[in-house]
Design a protein around this ligand. Structure first.
Ligand SMILES: NC(=O)c1ccc[n+]([C@@H]2O[C@H](COP(=O)([O-])OP(=O)(O)OC[C@H]3O[C@@H](n4cnc5c(N)ncnc54)[C@H](OP(=O)(O)O)[C@@H]3O)[C@@H](O)[C@H]2O)c1
Length: 266
């Protein structure tokens, strides 16, 4: 059945492109059943050539596809509706941060909606996708799950506010990690360590640390105790952060990001 189902992706930026790549790689849909469109025609052409998929005009995509992934920025969403109208029977999968199911329904005038919050790791099939649907039947939900399973771990929720929480945690999470990695890298390079050597070690230490935590299901405080032994080097590093009120900085950063997230909700 999935073989005959058609999918369209509107917006081929970082996320739309990543989702397209996985869907094709995992053969969730035949390539002739995949329709793509981006406002940026240069980008559209490049992606179309890379994946050998003919780009479609928005109206064609909307007419052909059963499932339509909206991978555009929330600010572009409001103007999108002035350009085109969505056929009522289509299933819209929105990955836009902060755009609620009610707003999607009201603006697009469709009855079947999936609101999802993925993260960039969908590109390698290791994403986290928190989602909620409205109006889909059993088979349609099954297809949504197949799409999301190709992208990573899917977590279906009943409470829509959990999707906004996911934006802050898993949507932005990779960005937090990269920032800390960069801070550590710069601090060690300042001590005269080689950049490449440090980066290679940091990357593999973090990767191993996360896998170790996941496989053993240890509590965070126990993991910390295992590494930060009394009077040791890790402890010294962490003590310095605490003395400089790292906890307060984190609380403030989380609060500010939370407020920003609340502001963008429409
Ligand atoms: N990036 C992340 O890590 C991440 C994670 C989770 C969720 N999201 C959500 O995913 C969505 C896409 O994010 P992104 O980072 O992929 O953004 P992006 O890189 O800016 O990609 C969006 C693409 O959509 C195009 N576009 C805008 N309006 C359009 C229209 N009316 N029709 C067709 N194409 C249109 C844009 O073209 P122009 O560049 O010409 O405007 C751009 O190429 C956002 O809503 C974001 O909240 C992102």
């Amino acid at each position: 059945m999935e073989k005959e189902t058609k999918i369209g992706i509107i917006g081929l930026g970082t996320m739309g492109n990543a989702i397209l790549e996985r869907i094709l790689e995992k053969r969730i849909f035949k390539s002739q059943n995949v329709f793509i469109n981006d406002k940026d025609k240069k980008k559209e052409k490049k992606i179309s050539e890379r994946y050998k998929i003919r780009p479609s005009k928005l109206n064609e995509l909307l007419a052909q596809a059963d499932f339509i992934i909206l991978a555009i920025k929330p600010r572009d969403f409001l103007s999108l509706n002035r350009e085109i109208s969505f056929p009522k029977d289509k299933i819209v999968i929105s990955i836009m941060a902060g755009v609620k199911i009610d707003s999607l329904k009201k603006t697009l005038k469709v009855k079947k909606i999936v609101r999802a919050m993925p993260n960039l790791m969908v590109k390698i099939g290791r994403g986290v996708i928190v989602w909620k649907e409205q109006g889909l039947d059993f088979n349609e939900i099954k297809i949504v799950r197949r799409i999301f399973n190709a992208l990573g771990i899917e977590i279906r929720v009943k409470d829509e506010s959990l999707i906004d929480q996911a934006t802050l945690i898993s949507g932005c999470g990779p960005g937090y990690l990269y920032f800390f990695e960069d801070l550590l890298l710069k601090s060690f390079v300042r001590l005269g360590f080689s950049r490449n050597f440090t980066l290679k070690l940091l990357l593999n230490a973090f990767l191993g640390a996360i896998l170790f935590q996941k496989e053993n299901n240890y509590k965070l405080e126990d993991l910390l105790k295992m590494v930060a032994t009394k009077g040791g080097i890790t402890e010294k590093f962490l003590e310095t952060l605490k003395e400089n009120k790292i906890n307060k900085i984190f609380e403030q950063a989380a609060q500010n990001a939370y407020e920003r997230n609340k502001k963008i909700i429409i």
